[in-house]
Design a binder for this molecule. Structure first.
Ligand code: GDP
Ligand code: MG
Length: 178
């Protein structure tokens, strides 16, 4: 398309937020390239990638993905990336309660300062590390439900639920009226 959304082809700005090290960049790399690089580099500032998926109703959704750096020193830049975003994906690491707390901070930030009709997803990543789990699945489910968010646990390492994450988000994006 020419970069404009219509009823059949949506173009969607998506921002990923969450603590440094939770796997945001690996989730994007898995979704866009089908790869996992265990030595992936720390994101500086933010990086941009896009990926288009086709849904069963023959619509396409082009995700324009802003992958932010989680470090405190970039926190002031976050509004640049979530401003105008149709989708906010907040990621934590199921082995890190600290990252779950940080996720809740980002959810509040998006609720306060994001677009009023933003679609929010809460993602518990590194689900493959079940032996080291410290955040119960139910905690994620409960928090997401209270905040009207979609919830899923993923593994960028094994690819578990990565495509499902983006497909479920795509289904929840309001369609432009024709
Ligand atoms: P970001 O700072 O949130 O972008 O995190 P990265 O994507 O850079 O990942 C941080 C570290 O976690 C890297 O060493 C990855 O290899 C590792 N990692 C990311 N996703 C997973 C996952 O699903 N499972 C496991 N076991 N490790 C992961
Ligand atoms: Mg990163």
């Amino acid at each position: 398309t020419n970069g404009v959304s219509d009823a059949k082809n949506l173009r969607v700005k998506l921002v990923l937020l969450g603590d440094s090290g939770v796997g945001k960049s690996c989730i994007v790399l898995r979704f866009v390239r089908g790869q996992f690089d265990p030595t992936s580099k720390v994101t500086i500032g933010a990086s941009f990638l896009s990926q288009t998926i086709a849904l069963q109703d023959s619509t396409t959704v082009k995700f324009e993905i802003w992958d932010t750096a989680g470090q405190e020193r970039y926190a002031a830049l976050a509004p640049l990336y979530y401003r105008g975003a149709a989708v906010g994906v907040v990621v934590y690491d199921i082995t890190s309660p600290e990252s779950f707390n940080k996720a809740q901070y980002w959810v509040k930030e998006l609720q306060k300062h994001g677009s009023p009709d933003i679609v929010l997803a809460l993602v518990g990543n590194k689900a493959d590390l079940h032996e080291k789990r410290e955040v119960p699945v139910q905690d994620g489910i409960d928090y997401a439900e209270k905040n009207g968010m979609f919830f899923i646990e993923t593994s960028a390492k094994t690819a578990d639920n990565i495509n499902q994450l983006f497909e479920e988000i795509a289904k929840r994006i309001p369609r432009p009226s024709t």
